[in-house]
Design a protein around this ligand. Structure first.
Ligand code: AMP
Length: 209
């Protein structure tokens, strides 16, 4: 199964991607998680990405395309995958389709999680992630509380501050939202209502696949 998950920041992509990839036994690749990890480790790659990520801007295409290309040509095209956070614009989508074509494969489905803007701003303001394992802990924890996955310290993502959130939503509307029409035109897009509990949303996705 070769899947892409789309949705505005805070729509629940990461959480659902983790659950769905576990269900199908395929790797979950989140470009946002990879970039945050590189930034945390202070690698050259992380240094290049840091300013963009912290301001809520998209990093230059070459940076993420390299990561995805290594992954796809490294055997993932055949084994299956779930991409979360990539593609983020039409150029990246076309690169992805060219990479897959070279391996004789194509995407099976694009899941688009739909949540309205007010709900998104509300959710992102409350989102915390673990400084150690990066797992998202939403809604009910304060910065400084501990992560239920690894016991690490919970922090607020720098790009979850209100003015950065607003900017990320603008970037999403201008650059990423056109992918909804792009994949709908290819007949492989499924809209999923993102309201309700994590379990309810997962159930809707699984039923649609
Ligand atoms: P996310 O965790 O998916 O919300 O991504 C966090 C940040 O990482 C984004 O705001 C961008 O700065 C950067 N990022 C992640 N994926 C991509 C991508 N495919 N293209 C460009 N920038 C990306």
């Amino acid at each position: 199964m070769r899947l892409v998950i789309l949705g505005a920041p805070g729509a629940g992509k990461g959480t659902q991607a983790e659950r769905i990839s576990r269900e199908f036994g395929i790797p979950h690749v989140s470009t946002g998680d990879i970039l945050r990890d590189e930034i945390k480790k202070g690698t050259e790659y992380g240094l290049k990405a840091k300013e963009y990520v912290e301001k809520g801007k998209l990093v230059p295409d070459e940076l993420v395309i390299d990561i995805i290309e290594g992954f796809i040509t490294g055997g993932a095209a055949g084994r299956g995958f779930l991409l979360d956070g990539f593609p983020r614009n039409i150029g990246q989508a076309e690169k992805l389709s060219a990479m897959l074509e070279r391996t004789g494969k194509k995407l099976d489905r694009v899941i688009n999680i739909v949540v309205d803007n007010d709900e998104i701003v509300h959710r992102l303001g409350l989102r915390r992630i673990c400084r150690e394992c990066q797992k998202v802990s939403i809604y009910n924890k304060d910065p400084g509380d501990t992560c239920s996955n690894c016991g690490g310290t919970l922090i607020k993502r720098k790009d979850d501050e209100e003015e950065v959130i607003r900017h990320r939503l603008e970037v999403y509307d201008k650059q990423t939202y056109p992918l909804v029409a792009y994949y709908r035109g290819k007949g492989i897009l499924t809209d999923i209502d993102g309201k309700g509990s994590q379990e309810e949303v997962t159930e809707r996705i699984l039923e649609s696949l």
